[in-house]
Design a protein around this ligand. Structure first.
Ligand code: PLP
Length: 396
């Protein structure tokens, strides 16, 4: 816990930072930002040009559901950031997750997934894959041996480090190596850490998924997703999911993500600092029983992180009225999602009541007194004061 608090200083020399700020590909008219190619189709001069492209003899843009120059610029930037061959842009994080999973399972397959995974990823496994004969075995991701023991015979292992709500981390190196040895495809949701703070491919993880709607875009104004990985696996996704599921990222959304990325390093540093400031204030607070944040709890994958996102959870003791606490917040707003400039809370008590099938919070026993807080970009002192004051007002 001690020295980890300084992890989030991104070195000024970070090579990635320069790439984030300016496009690397020369732009038309030497534009300093990537233009939006808002077109569905790309025209051919002659019959022969079309026939050659269809025959695979030459490559060029054809149709935006396949490739688009604005989206391609983002895809290649994410691939470089994650240190892998290729990436694909999707219309949402969930479209990216579905496309990363579907090519690698079939009727009779077993998926191994970490407990407390993102709620709609859980529903993809429980409400969609189950219907097609794919079963999912959930394991405690902090128990590395339990994950490794579950791998033989599985088709895919689905990780999220840290997990949603419990914010526990997995030993990516051990799990990645064991999955490779067993021929199991490993997929990780890396939305929380971003490639600035965790590059899962370095630990042997195969496919990296991002809800770009969160930190990568960073302004609460877009829904987008990405999958990054080796060319062989991205090719399989292209041929077995991407084109036919049709959840393609739009040129405008790609442009918003590209614009967001230009300040990712600055935003992440503030999100981290604000999350840590809140975590410190809450971990010393008498009404708080637990702070669920990798800087405040020892877990096997903490060493894979070189910095922290600002999203975490804390558990309030029974003497705090959750509804009153939530309503007493002034700086922090009430809302789902995270990764934008504004701080947001979701009380577990509300999430536990989510209607519909497969409630992940009930399934994995999220305590009713738990509160998820996304630290935004506001002044850190103001955030701490807001949350501490709201707890005082709600204590009975
Ligand atoms: C929001 C979120 C997603 C899904 O992203 P969408 O763009 O909303 O589909 C996936 N994983 C995590 C951890 C998320 O928080």
């Amino acid at each position: 816990m001690k020295d980890q608090h300084t992890l989030c200083d991104i070195p000024a020399s970070n090579r990635m930072t320069a790439e984030l700020i300016a496009p690397r590909t020369p732009m038309p008219h030497d534009a300093s930002s990537v233009p939006i190619f808002q077109t569905s189709s790309f025209l051919f001069d002659r019959y022969e040009d079309m026939a050659a492209v269809f025959a695979g003899e030459s490559e060029r843009y054809i149709y935006t559901r396949g490739d688009n120059p604005t989206v391609a610029e983002l895809e290649s930037l994410i691939a470089r950031m994650e240190g892998v061959d290729a990436a694909r842009g999707f219309a949402s994080g969930m479209a990216a997750i579905a496309a990363a999973v579907l090519p690698f399972v079939e009727a009779g397959s077993r998926v191994v997934a970490v407990e407390n995974l993102y709620s709609d990823a859980f529903r993809l496994f429980e409400c969609v894959l189950k219907k097609f004969g794919v079963t999912t075995q959930y394991v405690d991701g902090t128990d590395t041996q339990a994950v490794v023991d579950a791998l033989p015979g599985a088709s895919l292992v689905y990780l999220e480090s840290p997990t949603s709500w419990s914010f526990t981390t997995q030993d990516l190196r051990e799990i990645g190596a064991a999955a490779r040895a067993q021929g199991v495809i490993s997929v990780i949701d890396n939305s929380w850490a971003t490639p600035l703070f965790q590059r899962p491919a370095e630990f042997g993880i195969d496919l990296i998924v991002h809800a770009a709607s969160k930190y990568l875009a960073g302004h609460s104004d877009t829904i987008a997703g990405l999958v990054a990985g080796p060319k062989s696996l991205i090719d399989r996704i292209n041929h077995e999911a991407y084109h036919y599921l049709g959840g393609k990222m739009s040129p405008f959304d790609a442009w918003l993500v590209l614009r967001g990325l230009r300040t990712l390093h600055l935003r992440m540093s503030r999100h981290s600092q604000n999350g840590l400031a809140l975590g410190r204030a809450l971990s010393g607070h008498p009404a708080v029983t637990r702070v669920r944040h990798p800087a405040f709890e020892a877990n096997p994958g903490n060493a894979c992180l070189s910095g922290y996102g600002g999203l975490f959870a804390f558990d309030l003791e029974d003497s705090v009225d959750i509804a009153r606490f939530t309503n007493a917040l002034k700086v922090v707003k009430i809302g789902v999602s995270w990764g934008g400039p504004e701080s947001l809370v979701i009380p577990a008590q509300a999430a536990l009541g989510l209607s519909g099938a497969a409630n992940v919070f009930q399934r994995f026993g999220t305590p009713a007194g738990s509160v998820r807080l996304a630290a935004g970009l506001e002044n850190g002192d103001a955030l701490v004061e807001d949350v501490v004051t709201a707890i005082e007002e709600a204590r009975t």
